[in-house]
Design a protein around this ligand. Structure first.
Ligand SMILES: [Zn+2]
Length: 190
């Protein structure tokens, strides 16, 4: 016959959980008294000053490490995000398209200005007064805002925008001028 020796499992008489879990119940003080009276060895293992000090210090160190790891991760993530956004900004392009309406009339459309993070309506007004012409904000096919300026002011607009970019520390953003002529045939690609 084999004798089965069961490992003695102690359950708290007060809260019915194993004594390791007593602290989570609402009867902790009574649980402790019961354990001390009935299972002194286990009581000492769990609640001696040494055991408590060890438990608190490891807990707080682990917790501290966890918190600083979390913070580092968060910061790294944030930095990577900002870096990506900056790269995206710097890689973006402002396009000034010169559109011929008829032989004498031109209008220019300026797109990609969102990189400047500036009020488009105010900018349109600035163009209007600076170039003594009409200017308005419209939305293009991609639902992005662009500014339409009456007149052949592509070069002036480019200069103004380049100064603006410099002011904002975005001088790496390119400003490209495009001529959109109706009558001339498109040059064939090499
Ligand atoms: Zn208990």
């Amino acid at each position: 016959m084999t004798e089965v020796v069961a490992r003695e499992i102690i359950y708290c008489d007060i809260c019915s959980f194993p004594p390791e879990y007593c602290e989570f119940g609402g009867t902790f003080k009574r649980c402790k008294d019961w354990l001390q009276a009935n299972h002194l060895q286990l009581f000492e293992k769990l609640y001696s000053d040494d055991a408590l000090a060890k438990a608190t210090s490891t807990l707080s160190i682990e917790k501290e490490q966890q918190i600083s790891r979390d913070l580092e991760k968060k910061q790294a993530k944030e930095e990577a995000k900002m870096e990506r956004e900056l790269q995206k900004k710097l890689a973006s392009k402002i396009i000034i398209k010169r559109i011929e309406r008829n032989r004498r009339k031109h209008v220019i459309s300026i797109s990609g200005l969102e990189v400047c993070n500036i009020d488009m309506k105010k900018l349109a007004k600035t163009f209007a007064s600076k170039f003594a012409t009409g200017a308005s904000v419209t939305k293009n096919a991609e639902k992005k805002e662009e500014i339409l300026v009456q007149g052949d002011v592509s070069d002036e607009a480019k200069e103004y925008i380049e100064n603006l970019l410099q002011e904002k520390g975005l001088d790496e953003v390119k400003v490209e001028q495009i001529d959109d002529k109706k009558k001339k045939p498109k040059p064939t690609a090499p």
